[in-house]
Ligand binder design. Structure first.
Ligand SMILES: [Zn+2]
Length: 257
């Protein structure tokens, strides 16, 4: 049984007290590897430090979360380009649009998202997309970019309609612990609708703890709860589901076998 967590944030301050211990613990269980998603330029140095200390266990993406896009300069983009040229980032992200918390002006969010889509094409990387109350804009921009499937909508929290649009464009959906919440019927319906080879599992830890530890700090080992929920919805054996999703994530990010 090889679990993969396709989206976590191990550099976040929630892990400052016990990061080393936690990372050693999660990798001594069934977890094969994780994709640590970048959310701001400040993540880059600590992320790379982790990736180099845990080769083949911690893989990285590079991007700027919509909350932090305001004030990005040409020098910042030059730095990102340089990173992509010199380090083996497995994806662009997380990038996208967030109109829920709306911490950055929409124009800045769109501009940054569009620039990262271009970088993804130029450097031939898949994209980890963040979409919160912005599904229409996100779908429009992805469609315009003609990405031919090399993207995943992470922390998928939409319903069947949004899933259909994503899948029709060849994209994937990635599900977090919020699939275990009582109110998440729409997400469960979307998972039911999506073919197995278009689904991935993630924690988005330290956030989105599954129901069994809700309200507490999440970590990549709890991705098992997400796999269990998907297995139940799809009526597939848990071990088979884990194998299929391992293959999905490996193919998508170009990691392992
Ligand atoms: Zn995230």
């Amino acid at each position: 049984m090889s679990l993969v967590d396709t989206h976590c944030h191990l550099t976040f301050p929630q892990y400052d007290q016990d990061r080393e211990e936690l990372i050693n613990r999660i990798f001594s269980s069934n977890l094969a590897w994780v994709l640590n998603a970048c959310s701001s330029l400040e993540d880059i140095a600590p992320m790379k430090d982790l990736a180099m200390r845990y080769p083949d266990k911690i893989f990285l993406s590079i991007g700027v979360h919509p909350h932090y896009v305001e004030g990005l300069s040409n020098e910042d983009y030059a730095l990102i380009r340089d990173e992509l040229a010199t380090f083996d980032y497995k994806a662009i992200g997380e990038v996208g649009i967030d109109l829920f918390r709306n911490l950055s002006p929409l124009e800045a969010q769109k501009d940054t998202f569009a620039r990262f889509i271009q970088l993804a094409k130029e450097f031939d990387r898949p994209i980890i997309v963040h979409s919160r109350e912005a599904d229409e804009i996100v779908v429009g921009m992805l469609r315009e970019a003609g990405l031919e499937g090399r993207f995943v909508v992470h922390c998928f929290s939409g319903g069947v309609d949004f899933a259909r649009q994503v899948l029709d464009m060849g994209g994937m959906i990635s599900v977090t612990g919020n699939i275990t919440y009582k109110k998440s019927d729409a997400i469960r319906e979307a998972v039911k609708y999506a073919p197995l080879d278009r689904i991935m599992a993630e924690t988005d830890s330290p956030y989105l703890a599954p129901q069994i530890i809700r309200g507490k700090r999440n970590d990549p080992s709890f991705v098992l709860e997400v796999y269990k929920a998907i297995a139940e919805i799809k009526s597939v054996d848990l071990n088979r589901l884990i194998d299929v999703l391992y293959r999905n994530a490996s193919l998508f990010f170009g990691v392992g076998s």
